[in-house]
Design a protein around this ligand. Structure first.
Ligand SMILES: Cc1cc2nc3c(=O)[nH]c(=O)nc-3n(C[C@H](O)[C@H](O)[C@H](O)COP(=O)(O)OP(=O)(O)OC[C@H]3O[C@@H](n4cnc5c(N)ncnc54)[C@H](O)[C@@H]3O)c2cc1C
Length: 410
């Protein structure tokens, strides 16, 4: 058996580990554009000088020898021949496989803003190569605009702040982290970033950038007509799956990315997929788990993706911790909203027919564990005759003689 894995990140690396765990002897070939294994989640710490390249690595130092694999680094797969069971690399070389795992993740989407695609001084925030460009930009650019104030945009702004560089955030939504936070919780971060000199524009996008004769951005024009001086743009306003090399192969794609089932299998029996390449749930723990599940099935040990990763985000920008669960901006007659504010904390829970559908905690996250239990177990919070924020484990759990907790079903 010969396994080929495309992509050396969360899904690919964990796929390789699982393949070797289950199959000690077969040949494993890893192919990736990346020449190093690193975590994208902490790239901002590399930009800000808080971590070295070595400390971004999440794999064993001797990964290749430890797992007995051949790794083609800095090689891009440009085409696939499913009939011949071959991947084609950019230099024309072909690599055959018996089972293939596609874990090629995604790339920065550059929105169709006038002149942006032609501009030289624009980059995404996804790869280590982007960080090298940004480290250099930090030395000379005076007016850096970060397009998008989601989790990645704020990672970027924070990394720059570590270098003493104050960027400008431009975000189409009405407030930052609009998918994770409500306006009130977002304002805590907006104030904190403003206090550190970060200018912010919400409810507007970049309509156009002005270029000089060398195609370098000199100015950004916002959708409300505001003109901002600009000599560098970082795009953090979305991603697209890396599936270009699959076009014309007949392998099923959705409008988001590669289609595969709960075992990781694609429309081709010998090809599996895992991670961000699907275009859904683009978070690290999903990529890791899907890589393991797909590899297990490739090695003949049946396994399904059964874990449910609730839409949970935790963040700690500028020393303000927050946790967001579900949809925190739901509205409607059947949605009950409970809020508790103190000087240093903000808590909001939304429930519908007794079931929590969204929550945000800020400042004090101690209640997060209970909240997750309430959501995961679909507990009816109306059963508890006390204020929702005073619910604790003792309201739901009892202890057996062996000191083990159990949940009492109604
Ligand atoms: C700045 C940033 C911060 C993030 N923070 C968090 C966080 O705090 N928490 C969280 O859960 N998630 C976070 N994420 C998301 C998380 O990093 C991803 O979900 C995860 O990296 C997905 O892993 P993956 O293996 O599917 O793909 P990727 O990490 O995208 O890796 C894709 C791999 O495929 C290779 N590749 C691509 N195309 C080809 C090709 N044609 N041929 C060969 N190789 C190819 C690449 O070189 C790379 O090795 C963050 C992402 C970013 C960008």
């Amino acid at each position: 058996m010969k396994y080929v894995v495309l992509g050396s990140s969360a899904a690919g690396v964990n796929g390789v580990r699982e393949l070797r765990r289950l199959d000690a002897d077969s040949e494993i070939v890893l192919i990736s554009k990346d020449k190093e294994i690193y975590s994208r989640c902490i790239l901002h710490q590399y930009l800000g000088g808080k971590r070295t390249m070595e400390r971004l690595c999440f794999a064993e130092k001797d990964f290749e020898t430890l797992y007995g694999i051949t790794w083609f680094k800095e090689r891009s797969c440009t085409h696939l021949k499913p009939e011949e069971k071959e991947v084609v690399l950019e230099n024309g070389e072909t690599v055959s496989y018996d089972k293939l795992l596609i874990a090629t993740g995604s790339h920065t989407f550059v929105p169709p803003v006038k002149n942006l695609k032609e501009a030289k001084n624009v980059v995404g925030f996804r790869n280590i190569e982007d960080m090298e460009v940004l480290k250099d930009a930090a030395k000379h650019a005076k007016h850096i605009i970060v397009m998008g104030a989601g989790l990645v945009g704020l990672d970027c702004a924070s990394g720059f702040l570590e270098l003493g560089v104050k960027v400008t955030l431009v975000e189409m939504a009405g407030w930052l982290l609009s998918k994770q936070l409500d306006k009130r919780a977002a304002e805590a971060y907006q104030d904190a970033f403003a206090g550190r000199g970060v200018k912010q524009y919400y409810g507007v996008g970049i309509a156009e950038v002005t270029l000089d004769e060398e195609n370098r951005i000199t100015e950004a024009v916002l959708t409300d007509g505001t003109r901002l001086p600009c000599d560098f743009v970082v795009v953090t306003a979305g991603v697209r799956s890396n599936v270009e090399f699959l076009e014309g192969t007949g392998i099923e794609l959705s409008r988001f990315g590669l289609v595969y089932d709960e075992t990781g299998k694609t429309s081709d029996d010998n090809i599996y997929g895992a991670g961000d390449v699907s275009g859904s749930s683009p978070i690290w723990p999903v990529a890791v788990k899907e890589g393991i599940v797909a590899a297990s099935n490739m090695a003949g040990v049946p396994r399904k993706m059964t874990d449910f990763f609730a839409s949970k985000s935790t963040m700690n920008f500028l020393g303000i911790p927050s946790m967001s669960l579900g949809d925190v901006n739901l509205e409607g007659e059947d949605i009950e909203v409970e809020v508790k504010k103190t000087k240093d904390s903000y808590k909001k829970i939304l429930h519908k027919n007794g079931k929590i559908v969204g929550a945000v905690l800020q400042g004090d996250l101690a209640y997060g564990g209970i909240l997750q239990q309430l959501i995961a177990r679909k507990i009816d919070v109306r059963r508890v005759k006390k204020p929702i924020f005073d619910i604790d484990y003792s309201d739901f759990f009892h202890m057996k003689e062996n000191f083990e907790y159990y949940f009492e079903e109604e």
